[in-house]
Design a protein around this ligand. Structure first.
Ligand code: COI
Length: 349
């Protein structure tokens, strides 16, 4: 890979206390940029974080040809920096790009850019147990024309921001039985911008009704759970970890996959199967202990305290001994280098 690195004039960390800043509002000092033109990636570089200049008729601004990823780096207990499962994120990025007719990113370009950028801005990686560096690779279509077409030009970029707890408290969620996030054959499995923009309106309605997020159901019957907000949905009932199976309308979550793997290793039964929402409501009505949580890179585990369905509210278990917290701790211990990384998930810089 060929690129030049230009380094910010102020290598010192500019912001000392990033914990008080809301998620995603404080970029680190540098960003990675690469341009796709004439069928190849070129002019790859790491530069000081700055605004972009682009044509008002750049295709991404009109037709939504955009894809992003979200991954995290952790400060390990021995002082090293660890990027968690970058290869799995890389594979998902390229799958999303394929669905959106955007060019693949070579693995060497992706990994080298990631490595160099995180190394350069390493002093921004929070060292606290609840802190991490959120890494946002993304691609946008930059060809300048209004005709509806697949762009011939793109920018691939990576930016980073220190991150702490995504949600301050357990969530109240509403089962969504009118609007849909994704349908079979659509783009639900891809991390493309439109999936998020399209979810704002139903989420806004849920907020106005007093809820934090929606619990999406399938587009055909509204009987089966799909995801919650921007996360995969998981339940612990009768000692089992249950989650909807991957499909064309569900994101292949890296946290979801990691938690399923860790649960199996702990001897916890796992079920990846369609989850009828009435099954969960019945379990709650029968007085069973039901844990419900969202799993995602930004949120890690977001406990759900209240599920609202058909005008009624149900309370899920969020006690300290909940299985979800044990899995969260197991995951964090691997990321921080406290527990052995038997799956080679850690990419240590
Ligand atoms: C993530 O968890 O990485 C996400 O993409 C969710 C959100 C920050 C958009």
């Amino acid at each position: 890979m060929e690129y030049t690195i230009s380094i910010s004039a102020q290598p010192e960390r500019a912001v000392k206390d990033t914990k008080s800043i809301p998620f995603g509002q404080q970029p680190t000092e540098h960003m990675f940029v690469s341009e796709y033109r004439d069928g190849r990636w070129q002019n790859s570089r790491i530069v000081p974080f700055a605004d972009l200049t682009m044509s008002p008729i750049a295709l991404c601004l009109h037709y939504g040809q955009t894809v992003f990823e979200g991954m995290k780096a952790f400060a390990m207990n021995d002082g090293h920096i660890n990027i968690f499962r970058p290869e799995k994120h890389y594979q998902r990025f390229n799958k999303s790009l394929e669905r959106m007719c955007m060019p693949q990113v070579p693995k060497s370009l992706f990994m080298e850019a990631l490595h160099q950028l995180v190394q350069l801005d390493g002093s921004w990686v929070p060292t606290e147990m609840d802190g991490s560096l959120y890494i946002r690779p993304f691609m946008i279509a930059t060809e300048s024309r209004l005709g509806v077409k697949i762009s011939d030009e793109y920018l691939f970029m990576i930016v980073c921001t220190p991150a702490y707890q995504y949600y301050a408290k357990p969530l109240k969620v509403k089962v969504e039985d009118k609007y849909v996030r994704a349908a079979d054959g659509g783009t639900g499995f891809a991390k493309c911008g439109g999936n998020y923009g399209g979810s704002f309106y139903p989420t806004q309605l849920a907020r106005e009704a007093g809820y934090d997020q929606v619990l999406w159901t399938d587009s055909k019957t509204h009987e089966f759970f799909e995801e919650s907000g921007t996360m995969n949905i998981m339940f612990c009932i009768d000692g089992k970890l249950i989650t909807p199976p991957l499909s064309g309308s569900i994101l292949d979550g890296v946290t979801r996959d990691s938690l399923l793997t860790l649960a199996k290793e702990k001897g916890i039964a796992t079920e990846e199967r369609p989850v009828r929402y009435k099954e969960i409501i019945e379990a709650l009505e029968s007085g069973k202990r039901v844990e419900a949580f969202g799993a995602g890179t930004a949120a890690v585990i977001a406990p759900i305290e209240v599920i609202a369905a058909a005008g009624k509210e149900y309370t899920c278990y969020i006690g300290e001994d909940a299985l979800m917290y044990q899995l969260q701790k197991d995951l964090l211990n691997i990321r921080k280098g406290i527990a052995p990384d038997t799956h080679n998930w850690n990419y240590i810089i």
